[in-house]
Design a protein around this ligand. Structure first.
Ligand code: CP
Length: 289
């Protein structure tokens, strides 16, 4: 698994999922352990990059049956980040299936996990859960922006929006401050509002996540602590379950009282990362079995 960005959950859950399937997983931190890679075609490599991805990826493709790669956006140039050059170059040159462990703009394994977690909660409500979703009624799912001290990628919010829209089994509302609109390619189909209280009304699930601005790319325009989810705000919901991909900045994005309370699904969600990774790896291996 070449890694170009730090990770705890994605790296460990994918490694565990692979082990559960009888695979050997080798972690390779490209950024710190490998040669500095060049990704641009026809680059004159007289600068700091040492090896071109078109030379490195085919070698990795000979060593491994599957490559799983994590990259990170610059948050400086939207066109570059949204071109997904890094992962696309690995896909182009590896010669084996490539799994995204989070790319510049998307985090699909996280979103598969999130859908698994929501489905699990609907079908097997816990002792503190509402049971009314067992009737088959559509859940109301809210993605709410939260404050953060650093500009973060839009990956998790993009992917969550893309997957919930495609899933099609929820009333989906996205709420964020003005100027935090996400790429419409992913949000189209959702109700979008700047009124967080309105969005939270009758919600069954609230997904909390920070992202930096998409339009004026990679900026922090707002850090209003009023956007942090608290138990008081959650009163407006239908005793909603609260989700976050982790890592979370406590008492900045989400309050201790929620994270440590009965509405939080964050540990269950992170645990499900193993099943999501395992499902994807097993699907890729099917033709070889
Ligand atoms: N949610 C998630 O991707 O966590 P890590 O960054 O720790 O992998």
């Amino acid at each position: 698994m070449p890694v170009l960005n730090p990770s705890m959950r994605t790296r460990l859950s994918t490694q565990l999922g692979a082990q559960n399937l009888g695979m050997d997983a080798i972690i390779f931190n490209v950024g710190s352990e490998g040669w500095a890679l060049e990704f641009e075609e026809e680059a004159i490599m007289s600068g700091s990059t040492v090896e071109h991805v078109k030379d490195a990826a085919p070698v990795m493709g000979k060593y491994f049956d599957i490559l799983a790669i994590r990259t990170f956006p610059s948050l400086k140039n939207r066109e570059d980040d949204y071109s997904e050059l890094f992962i696309k170059q690995f896909i182009k040159y590896a010669g084996v299936p490539v799994v995204s462990l989070e790319s510049a703009t998307l985090h699909p394994l996280q979103s598969l996990t999130d859908i698994i977690t929501i489905t699990e909660e609907i079908r097997n409500p816990g002792p503190d859960s509402n049971r009314d979703l067992l009737s088959g009624r559509k859940p109301k799912i809210v993605l709410t922006w939260a404050p953060h001290v650093k500009p973060l990628p839009q990956c998790v919010a993009n992917s969550f929006s893309q997957w919930i829209n495609k899933w099609g089994k929820a009333d989906f509302v996205i709420t964020h401050p003005e100027d935090y609109e996400l790429n419409e390619e992913f949000t189209r189909g959702a109700t979008i509002t700047h009124d967080q209280d309105e969005a939270l009304k009758d919600a069954d699930f609230v997904y909390v996540k920070n992202w930096s601005t998409y339009t004026d790319y990679g900026k922090i325009y707002c850090n209003d602590p009023e956007w942090m989810l608290t138990n008081e705000k959650l009163q407006q919901s239908n005793n909603a379950k609260v989700m976050h991909c982790l890592p979370v900045r406590r008492n900045v994005e989400l309050s201790d009282e929620i994270l440590d309370g009965p509405n939080s699904l964050v540990t269950q969600e992170a645990a499900n990362r193993v099943w999501a990774a395992q499902a994807v790896l097993s699907e890729i291996l099917k033709p070889t079995l």
